[in-house]
Design a protein around this ligand. Structure first.
Ligand SMILES: NC(=O)c1ccc[n+]([C@@H]2O[C@H](COP(=O)([O-])OP(=O)(O)OC[C@H]3O[C@@H](n4cnc5c(N)ncnc54)[C@H](OP(=O)(O)O)[C@@H]3O)[C@@H](O)[C@H]2O)c1
Length: 310
């Protein structure tokens, strides 16, 4: 089968299209005929090798942490799925495999694909959806009546956090560039342009019960977000640690996304009931994966990009 892999860490040049053996599902695993995968910023960091110590992964690596596709074969002991079922999954961060015609994934990580969107577009959900759920639900525990600031709200994860927070009944202030404003307003958020971090929380209607950050800032700028959290509140970041403040009982938490089939199923039901909307900026063929990694490295990706495999 066709796959894009790399045998060493490095620049985008290491990504190569190869003919490899089709994987065989073991006990408890599922073989998926891949329809699509998606690009996540972490794919770039893993390929560069900067996460090699934190996430030890055997080379060669077939990138792509998300998959959508149809079940092609079931390993021993797999129940509840049938050949031909449309499914989605996120791989564990030390596995990967979406950039190939077929992929093997543990059955417990596989969930029925949403029915209300195309199978291709469904590949944009797993990692970003699970990261957003972890931030908004598990870590921040956003509740009705709270005030929430989302920095980097127009991005793949931020867009879902905004929608989960609005669904929970919070009053949400969404911060990002003007190109995202109409969409974020449509989700029910109050929308502001990028923060002037030194201006302080009062300039944007804060402090807030919950601050969720998705913008990769330096340590000094990340620390400037702490005063935006009200006493007793929490700051959650997916893009570098923001310090808490014990004197004001401000807690801090970092997102570390992990695959979970049942959490993914909850997100799928929200997509199908219209509570959650996915924003896909671009769809590109597998043959362009190297160019997608290059665009990401140069800050040229338009936003969430689905990689179409079949
Ligand atoms: N730790 C984990 O488990 C985990 C999981 C998922 C994601 N992440 C990380 O979380 C971050 C967000 O991921 P993503 O997939 O959502 O990326 P993304 O789609 O690129 O979103 C980032 C958003 O931040 C916006 N932004 C950039 N600078 C800004 C600024 N100064 N003020 C306000 N907004 C700004 C970007 O705007 P433009 O559209 O104008 O560029 C974009 O909308 C990445 O750093 C990613 O690596 C971590």
């Amino acid at each position: 089968m066709k796959a894009i892999r790399y045998h060493e860490f490095g620049s985008t040049e290491v990504l190569r299209q190869e003919e490899v053996d089709q994987p065989v599902p073991g006990a408890g695993e599922v073989l998926v005929k891949v329809a699509a995968t998606s690009f996540n910023p972490v794919d770039d960091h893993i390929r560069l090798g900067v996460l090699a110590e934190m996430i030890p992964t055997a080379l060669p690596i077939t990138p792509g942490l998300d998959i959508s596709g149809t079940v092609a074969e079931l390993g021993d002991g797999v129940n509840g799925l049938q050949v031909g079922d449309p499914v989605i999954a996120m791989f564990p961060l030390d596995q990967h495999g979406g950039a190939a015609e077929y992929a093997v994934v543990a059955a417990g990580l596989v969930t029925a694909a949403p029915r209300s969107i195309t199978l291709t577009d469904a590949a944009s959900l797993p990692l970003t959806g699970l990261a957003a759920r972890q931030a908004a639900v598990e870590l921040a525990g956003i509740k009705a009546g709270q005030t929430v600031l989302v920095n980097g709200a127009g991005g793949a994860v931020g867009s879902l956090v905004v929608q989960l927070a609005v669904e929970a009944g919070a009053t949400v202030t969404a911060v990002d560039g003007p190109q995202h404003a109409d969409r974020l307003t449509g989700y029910g958020a109050k929308v502001l342009g990028p923060l002037h971090l030194d201006a302080g929380p009062a300039a944007v209607g804060g402090p807030f019960d919950v601050v969720v950050n998705h913008v990769r800032l330096g340590a000094e700028d990340l620390a400037k977000l702490t005063p935006y959290v009200a006493d007793g509140g929490i700051v959650v970041s997916s893009a570098g640690p923001v310090p808490g403040d014990e004197t004001r009982a401000v807690r801090t938490a970092g997102v570390w996304v992990r695959p979970d089939g049942s959490h993914l199923a909850e997100l799928v039901s929200r997509i199908d009931s219209g509570v959650l909307e996915l924003h896909i900026a671009d769809r590109r063929p597998l043959a362009e994966l190297q160019a997608v990694h290059q665009d990401a490295g140069n800050g040229k990706l338009l936003g969430k990009t689905v990689i179409v495999v079949a």
